[in-house]
Design a protein around this ligand. Sequence first.
Ligand code: GDP
Ligand code: MG
Length: 440
Amino acid sequence: NLSDRLERSFKILKGEGKITEINVAETLKDVRRALLDADVNYKVAKSFTDTVKQKALGMNVLTAVKPSQLMVKIVHDELAELMGGKAAELKIEGRAGAPAIILMSGLQGSGKTTFSGKLAKMLKERNHKKPLLVACDVYRPAAIEQLKVVGETVGVPVYSEPDNKNVVEIANHAIQEAKSKANDVVIIDTAGRLAVDEEMMQEIETLKKAVNPNETLFVVDSMTGQDAVNTAKEFNDRLDFDGVILTKLDGDTRGGAALSIRTVVTKPIKFVGTGEKMEAIDVFYPERMADRILGMGDIVSLVERAQQQFDEEEAKKLEKKIRKNKFDFDDFMGQIQQIKKMGNIKDLAAMIPGVGKQIKDLDIDDNAFKGIEAIINSMTPKERANPDIINPSRRRRIAAGSGTKLDDVNRLMKQFEQTRKMMKMVTGLNSSKMAQMAAA
Ligand code: GDP
Ligand code: MG
């Protein structure tokens, strides 16, 4: 699934000090695959990963968090950005004394009738509006009945003309009725077909021209995945709608349709439907959808767990070596690398709450390890693995080879011995000894 894929791809980045061209390419290949799996359109996924790549390569990871987490954040922010930044508004004020007119469009079963009811309820309760629902799905008698049931549920009147098949007439009559009854919002529910069909398109196009809505909304079932994009495009070409309603997000839909539709038709997603009940309506939040597409919480915790596990394994190995007094310069170097990997020490420390201010004026040398590394690098593998053989003549050679002084090498040897002793002492206090001490 998506989380697994991303976890795997982020593993490639784990432990890398910075985001490089190579690990970005590898990771983004997997991100792209993950997006396709989340029903994101191919072209959209491609251009998306290209953008992320540019952003990621410009980032200086050394001063920030782990590269894997930084990548998650870049991908997440870019997703949210692409899906609209902030939540889009709905125009609910009519023109000069006339009611606001909201026209629903979309395929059959997309959720138009249900959403009409949800919207009416929301406008009534939250915006103190007096909506009127209008039944312009005139082909199936059951459709009018359905809207009436919905209207009753939410306590909103429904205008219908059972024997009239002319939707323009019905809509115009309804608007007159709204004016006379002081309804300030008219929500027009229309007929959909199972697939895009010329007759239906013409009808809704004509209706739109006739009533000149303040909002034309395109309702789409998020479970339809890739098809949703094509449908959205065809409706938008004909209707130039104002916003998208993404329904059935309560299912196990992966949400990729949101990103694709937003990118392909460049119209905002205004609301989402999250259930069959009339309360199941939500403003569309790009951030939340980005989380959903990424499975964000999951990924971040997976990455962290993976990292922790990695550190624990390393620590266990190290402990074993120390206990056998086998801690050597390779391990010492490994420790230095671990510390360096965490990034700029000062930046890192500054991120700890409360510490930031205190260390601001402190001079922390990022090159603190340079001399030490040079000395260790000048040791032969045999010397590194067996520090005890490093006698005075070897030390002189190492100093010359590393461009340091004999004093420097001696100091490092002393430091190393101290570290080794201390580590042995600390790990010597293993659980059983601790228990003995506690009991004593
Ligand atoms: P219309 O043909 O476009 O008017 O679609 P309907 O409003 O009749 O909805 C079709 C089906 O989808 C109905 O069974 C609704 O109850 C269901 N439905 C609509 N919106 C949602 C939603 O957000 N979540 C779920 N689970 N079902 C929905
Ligand atoms: Mg309907």
